[in-house]
Design a protein around this ligand. Structure first.
Ligand SMILES: [Mn+2]
Length: 325
Protein backbone atom coordinates (compact mmCIF):
# COMPACT_ATOMS: atom_id res chain seq x y z
CA UNK A 1 0.00 0.00 0.00
CA UNK A 2 1.50 3.36 -1.02
CA UNK A 3 1.54 5.98 1.71
CA UNK A 4 0.86 9.08 -0.33
CA UNK A 5 -2.02 10.71 1.46
CA UNK A 6 -3.30 11.16 5.00
CA UNK A 7 -6.32 8.93 4.25
CA UNK A 8 -4.00 5.98 3.68
CA UNK A 9 -3.12 5.95 7.40
CA UNK A 10 -6.68 4.93 8.30
CA UNK A 11 -6.80 2.41 5.46
CA UNK A 12 -3.55 0.83 6.64
CA UNK A 13 -4.80 0.70 10.24
CA UNK A 14 -8.12 -0.94 9.26
CA UNK A 15 -6.29 -3.47 7.07
CA UNK A 16 -4.02 -4.36 10.00
CA UNK A 17 -6.94 -4.64 12.45
CA UNK A 18 -8.81 -6.90 10.07
CA UNK A 19 -5.78 -9.15 9.69
CA UNK A 20 -5.21 -9.07 13.44
CA UNK A 21 -8.77 -10.35 13.98
CA UNK A 22 -8.16 -13.15 11.49
CA UNK A 23 -5.02 -14.38 13.25
CA UNK A 24 -6.77 -14.16 16.63
CA UNK A 25 -5.08 -11.21 18.34
CA UNK A 26 -6.69 -10.20 21.63
CA UNK A 27 -8.17 -6.67 21.89
CA UNK A 28 -5.12 -5.21 23.68
CA UNK A 29 -2.81 -6.64 21.01
CA UNK A 30 -5.09 -5.25 18.29
CA UNK A 31 -4.87 -1.84 19.91
CA UNK A 32 -1.09 -2.14 19.98
CA UNK A 33 -1.01 -3.18 16.32
CA UNK A 34 -3.26 -0.25 15.38
CA UNK A 35 -0.93 2.11 17.24
CA UNK A 36 2.17 0.74 15.50
CA UNK A 37 0.61 1.06 12.05
CA UNK A 38 -0.76 4.54 12.74
CA UNK A 39 2.60 5.76 14.07
CA UNK A 40 4.62 4.23 11.25
CA UNK A 41 2.28 5.47 8.50
CA UNK A 42 1.90 8.94 10.01
CA UNK A 43 5.69 9.31 10.34
CA UNK A 44 6.18 8.44 6.68
CA UNK A 45 3.51 10.89 5.51
CA UNK A 46 4.74 13.69 7.78
CA UNK A 47 8.47 13.37 7.34
CA UNK A 48 9.34 11.28 4.29
CA UNK A 49 8.75 10.83 0.58
CA UNK A 50 7.72 7.83 -1.52
CA UNK A 51 6.58 5.68 1.36
CA UNK A 52 4.87 2.31 1.35
CA UNK A 53 3.53 -0.01 4.02
CA UNK A 54 3.19 -3.78 3.93
CA UNK A 55 0.88 -5.58 6.35
CA UNK A 56 0.89 -9.38 6.31
CA UNK A 57 0.39 -12.46 8.47
CA UNK A 58 3.41 -14.21 10.01
CA UNK A 59 3.47 -17.72 11.41
CA UNK A 60 5.47 -19.47 14.10
CA UNK A 61 5.23 -22.97 15.53
CA UNK A 62 2.22 -22.35 17.75
CA UNK A 63 0.86 -18.92 16.87
CA UNK A 64 0.10 -16.48 14.10
CA UNK A 65 0.92 -12.79 14.19
CA UNK A 66 0.89 -9.69 12.04
CA UNK A 67 3.96 -8.12 10.46
CA UNK A 68 4.13 -4.46 9.49
CA UNK A 69 6.90 -3.10 7.26
CA UNK A 70 7.01 0.61 6.41
CA UNK A 71 9.65 1.95 4.07
CA UNK A 72 10.43 5.31 2.48
CA UNK A 73 13.04 7.31 0.58
CA UNK A 74 14.24 9.73 3.12
CA UNK A 75 15.28 11.95 4.66
CA UNK A 76 16.46 9.16 7.00
CA UNK A 77 17.79 9.51 10.51
CA UNK A 78 21.52 9.54 11.30
CA UNK A 79 21.48 7.88 14.73
CA UNK A 80 18.85 5.22 14.12
CA UNK A 81 21.36 2.38 14.18
CA UNK A 82 22.24 3.28 17.73
CA UNK A 83 18.60 3.88 18.59
CA UNK A 84 17.08 0.57 17.66
CA UNK A 85 18.63 -2.65 16.49
CA UNK A 86 17.05 -6.06 16.62
CA UNK A 87 15.28 -5.48 19.86
CA UNK A 88 13.16 -8.42 20.82
CA UNK A 89 11.96 -6.72 23.93
CA UNK A 90 10.85 -8.76 26.89
CA UNK A 91 8.55 -8.17 29.80
CA UNK A 92 11.64 -7.53 31.90
CA UNK A 93 12.57 -4.44 29.90
CA UNK A 94 12.78 -1.59 32.40
CA UNK A 95 11.42 1.89 31.86
CA UNK A 96 8.05 3.45 31.16
CA UNK A 97 5.89 1.83 28.51
CA UNK A 98 5.61 4.83 26.23
CA UNK A 99 6.47 2.99 23.05
CA UNK A 100 3.73 0.48 22.09
CA UNK A 101 6.46 -1.93 21.01
CA UNK A 102 8.01 -2.16 24.45
CA UNK A 103 5.93 -5.25 25.04
CA UNK A 104 6.72 -8.92 25.19
CA UNK A 105 4.44 -9.68 22.26
CA UNK A 106 6.30 -7.41 19.87
CA UNK A 107 9.45 -7.60 17.82
CA UNK A 108 10.84 -4.79 15.76
CA UNK A 109 13.83 -3.55 13.82
CA UNK A 110 14.52 -0.27 12.08
CA UNK A 111 17.03 0.82 9.48
CA UNK A 112 17.54 4.44 8.69
CA UNK A 113 20.27 6.30 6.87
CA UNK A 114 20.47 9.90 5.62
CA UNK A 115 20.04 9.98 1.86
CA UNK A 116 18.59 6.48 1.76
CA UNK A 117 15.47 6.53 3.92
CA UNK A 118 13.95 4.52 6.71
CA UNK A 119 12.55 1.00 6.87
CA UNK A 120 10.72 -0.18 9.97
CA UNK A 121 9.56 -3.74 10.59
CA UNK A 122 7.42 -4.83 13.51
CA UNK A 123 5.60 -8.01 14.43
CA UNK A 124 2.73 -8.27 16.91
CA UNK A 125 2.00 -11.72 18.33
CA UNK A 126 -0.73 -13.05 20.63
CA UNK A 127 1.86 -14.54 22.97
CA UNK A 128 5.58 -13.96 23.61
CA UNK A 129 7.22 -12.98 20.32
CA UNK A 130 9.11 -15.93 18.81
CA UNK A 131 12.71 -15.64 17.64
CA UNK A 132 12.69 -13.91 14.23
CA UNK A 133 13.24 -16.15 11.18
CA UNK A 134 16.67 -16.26 9.53
CA UNK A 135 15.08 -15.56 6.16
CA UNK A 136 12.35 -13.33 4.81
CA UNK A 137 11.27 -11.78 1.55
CA UNK A 138 9.03 -9.22 -0.05
CA UNK A 139 7.30 -9.12 -3.43
CA UNK A 140 5.54 -6.42 -5.42
CA UNK A 141 3.35 -6.98 -8.50
CA UNK A 142 3.86 -4.84 -11.60
CA UNK A 143 0.45 -3.27 -11.02
CA UNK A 144 -1.57 -3.36 -7.82
CA UNK A 145 -4.65 -5.03 -9.38
CA UNK A 146 -2.77 -8.04 -10.79
CA UNK A 147 -1.47 -11.04 -8.81
CA UNK A 148 2.30 -11.10 -8.39
CA UNK A 149 4.17 -13.44 -10.74
CA UNK A 150 7.12 -13.57 -8.35
CA UNK A 151 7.08 -15.49 -5.09
CA UNK A 152 9.22 -17.12 -2.44
CA UNK A 153 9.07 -19.79 0.22
CA UNK A 154 10.98 -20.17 3.48
CA UNK A 155 11.31 -23.47 5.36
CA UNK A 156 13.00 -23.81 8.72
CA UNK A 157 15.23 -26.90 8.82
CA UNK A 158 16.97 -28.69 11.69
CA UNK A 159 20.23 -26.88 10.90
CA UNK A 160 19.13 -23.64 9.30
CA UNK A 161 16.83 -22.57 6.56
CA UNK A 162 15.84 -23.59 3.03
CA UNK A 163 14.42 -21.04 0.61
CA UNK A 164 13.04 -20.76 -2.89
CA UNK A 165 12.59 -17.74 -5.14
CA UNK A 166 10.50 -18.03 -8.32
CA UNK A 167 9.78 -15.59 -11.14
CA UNK A 168 7.00 -16.89 -13.38
CA UNK A 169 7.56 -16.04 -17.05
CA UNK A 170 6.05 -12.66 -17.94
CA UNK A 171 3.60 -11.26 -15.39
CA UNK A 172 -0.06 -11.49 -14.39
CA UNK A 173 -2.21 -14.53 -13.49
CA UNK A 174 -0.35 -17.08 -15.65
CA UNK A 175 3.01 -16.05 -14.22
CA UNK A 176 1.49 -16.25 -10.74
CA UNK A 177 0.19 -19.77 -11.48
CA UNK A 178 3.66 -21.04 -12.40
CA UNK A 179 5.14 -19.48 -9.26
CA UNK A 180 2.37 -20.76 -6.97
CA UNK A 181 2.85 -24.22 -8.41
CA UNK A 182 6.62 -24.00 -7.75
CA UNK A 183 6.07 -22.90 -4.14
CA UNK A 184 3.46 -25.58 -3.39
CA UNK A 185 5.66 -28.30 -4.83
CA UNK A 186 8.72 -27.02 -2.95
CA UNK A 187 6.76 -27.12 0.31
CA UNK A 188 5.70 -30.72 -0.36
CA UNK A 189 9.30 -31.95 -0.81
CA UNK A 190 11.11 -30.57 2.24
CA UNK A 191 14.11 -32.94 2.37
CA UNK A 192 15.18 -32.73 -1.29
CA UNK A 193 18.50 -31.28 -2.46
CA UNK A 194 18.28 -28.04 -4.49
CA UNK A 195 19.21 -29.80 -7.75
CA UNK A 196 16.71 -32.64 -7.24
CA UNK A 197 14.03 -30.15 -6.22
CA UNK A 198 14.56 -28.18 -9.45
CA UNK A 199 14.26 -31.40 -11.46
CA UNK A 200 10.95 -32.24 -9.74
CA UNK A 201 9.72 -28.66 -10.23
CA UNK A 202 10.60 -28.90 -13.92
CA UNK A 203 8.17 -31.83 -14.29
CA UNK A 204 5.40 -30.14 -12.30
CA UNK A 205 5.75 -26.82 -14.12
CA UNK A 206 5.48 -28.39 -17.60
CA UNK A 207 1.80 -27.42 -17.83
CA UNK A 208 2.55 -23.80 -16.87
CA UNK A 209 4.45 -21.00 -18.59
CA UNK A 210 7.54 -21.93 -16.61
CA UNK A 211 9.59 -19.90 -14.20
CA UNK A 212 13.07 -18.86 -13.20
CA UNK A 213 13.71 -20.65 -9.89
CA UNK A 214 16.57 -20.63 -7.40
CA UNK A 215 16.82 -22.74 -4.26
CA UNK A 216 19.28 -22.22 -1.41
CA UNK A 217 19.87 -24.07 1.82
CA UNK A 218 21.85 -22.53 4.68
CA UNK A 219 23.41 -24.96 7.15
CA UNK A 220 24.30 -22.92 10.23
CA UNK A 221 26.56 -25.66 11.66
CA UNK A 222 28.83 -26.13 8.61
CA UNK A 223 28.35 -22.49 7.48
CA UNK A 224 27.71 -23.54 3.90
CA UNK A 225 25.04 -22.45 1.47
CA UNK A 226 24.02 -25.17 -0.97
CA UNK A 227 22.56 -23.55 -4.05
CA UNK A 228 21.10 -24.22 -7.48
CA UNK A 229 19.32 -21.80 -9.78
CA UNK A 230 17.94 -21.77 -13.32
CA UNK A 231 16.83 -18.65 -15.17
CA UNK A 232 17.29 -14.94 -14.82
CA UNK A 233 17.65 -14.41 -11.07
CA UNK A 234 20.37 -12.53 -9.22
CA UNK A 235 21.90 -14.28 -6.21
CA UNK A 236 24.84 -13.19 -4.08
CA UNK A 237 26.33 -13.21 -0.63
CA UNK A 238 27.09 -9.84 0.95
CA UNK A 239 29.77 -9.57 3.64
CA UNK A 240 29.40 -7.15 6.57
CA UNK A 241 31.83 -4.80 4.78
CA UNK A 242 29.66 -4.79 1.64
CA UNK A 243 31.63 -7.19 -0.54
CA UNK A 244 29.31 -8.97 -2.97
CA UNK A 245 30.07 -12.50 -4.18
CA UNK A 246 27.64 -13.57 -6.90
CA UNK A 247 26.26 -17.10 -7.36
CA UNK A 248 25.44 -17.76 -10.99
CA UNK A 249 22.13 -19.19 -12.13
CA UNK A 250 22.24 -21.48 -15.15
CA UNK A 251 20.44 -20.50 -18.38
CA UNK A 252 17.05 -22.14 -18.86
CA UNK A 253 13.42 -22.00 -17.71
CA UNK A 254 12.08 -24.47 -15.17
CA UNK A 255 9.10 -26.20 -16.83
CA UNK A 256 10.44 -25.52 -20.35
CA UNK A 257 14.17 -26.10 -20.80
CA UNK A 258 16.11 -27.48 -17.90
CA UNK A 259 19.87 -27.86 -18.18
CA UNK A 260 21.76 -30.49 -16.18
CA UNK A 261 21.51 -28.75 -12.83
CA UNK A 262 24.80 -28.10 -11.03
CA UNK A 263 24.79 -27.38 -7.33
CA UNK A 264 27.18 -24.89 -5.81
CA UNK A 265 28.41 -24.74 -2.25
CA UNK A 266 29.47 -21.39 -0.95
CA UNK A 267 31.03 -20.83 2.49
CA UNK A 268 29.61 -18.04 4.62
CA UNK A 269 30.53 -16.49 7.95
CA UNK A 270 28.42 -15.06 10.76
CA UNK A 271 27.02 -11.70 9.73
CA UNK A 272 26.98 -12.47 6.01
CA UNK A 273 23.72 -11.97 4.16
CA UNK A 274 22.53 -14.04 1.23
CA UNK A 275 20.29 -12.27 -1.28
CA UNK A 276 18.19 -13.53 -4.17
CA UNK A 277 16.09 -11.27 -6.37
CA UNK A 278 14.18 -11.36 -9.63
CA UNK A 279 14.87 -9.21 -12.70
CA UNK A 280 12.20 -6.78 -11.50
CA UNK A 281 15.02 -5.48 -9.30
CA UNK A 282 18.07 -4.05 -11.04
CA UNK A 283 21.23 -6.15 -10.65
CA UNK A 284 23.27 -2.93 -10.49
CA UNK A 285 22.44 -1.94 -6.91
CA UNK A 286 25.51 -1.41 -4.76
CA UNK A 287 25.66 -2.69 -1.16
CA UNK A 288 27.71 0.42 -0.30
CA UNK A 289 24.72 2.65 -1.13
CA UNK A 290 22.95 1.19 1.93
CA UNK A 291 25.43 1.70 4.80
CA UNK A 292 24.55 -0.51 7.76
CA UNK A 293 21.54 -2.16 6.10
CA UNK A 294 23.04 -5.64 5.98
CA UNK A 295 23.33 -5.82 9.76
CA UNK A 296 19.54 -5.77 10.02
CA UNK A 297 16.73 -8.31 9.97
CA UNK A 298 16.12 -10.05 6.61
CA UNK A 299 12.72 -8.42 6.05
CA UNK A 300 14.29 -4.97 6.36
CA UNK A 301 16.97 -5.86 3.84
CA UNK A 302 14.41 -7.31 1.41
CA UNK A 303 11.94 -4.45 1.77
CA UNK A 304 14.60 -1.74 1.46
CA UNK A 305 16.18 -3.27 -1.66
CA UNK A 306 12.77 -3.84 -3.24
CA UNK A 307 11.77 -0.24 -2.59
CA UNK A 308 15.02 1.30 -3.80
CA UNK A 309 16.18 -0.97 -6.62
CA UNK A 310 13.05 -2.29 -8.34
CA UNK A 311 12.66 -1.31 -11.98
CA UNK A 312 8.84 -0.90 -11.91
CA UNK A 313 8.73 -2.62 -15.31
CA UNK A 314 8.04 -6.13 -14.00
CA UNK A 315 6.94 -7.99 -10.89
CA UNK A 316 9.69 -7.72 -8.30
CA UNK A 317 10.86 -9.86 -5.41
CA UNK A 318 13.77 -9.96 -2.96
CA UNK A 319 14.59 -12.67 -0.47
CA UNK A 320 17.31 -12.47 2.12
CA UNK A 321 18.92 -14.82 4.66
CA UNK A 322 20.98 -13.61 7.61
CA UNK A 323 23.77 -15.91 8.70
CA UNK A 324 23.38 -15.81 12.49
CA UNK A 325 26.24 -15.07 14.87
MN1 LIG B 1 10.49 -11.06 -14.18
Amino acid sequence: MNLDHRATVGRARRTAEHLGHLVGLQPHRLAQLAMVVTQAATNVIKHAIDGAILIRPVRAARQGGVEVIATDRGPGIADAQAAVRDCRLTAATPGPLIDPLTWEAAWRDRYSHPGVGTTLAAQIWPDIAPRPHLASGTTRPLTAHLPCGDGYAVQTTARGVRVLLADGLGHGPLAARATTSAIETFNRIPATSPADALTILHQVLRDTRGAAVAIAELDTTTLLIRFAGVGNLTCATISPTGTRRPLRCQPGIVGRHLPTVHEQYTPVTAGDVFIMHSDGVTARWDPLHFPGLFAHAPQLIAATLLHHASTRRDDASVLSIRVPA
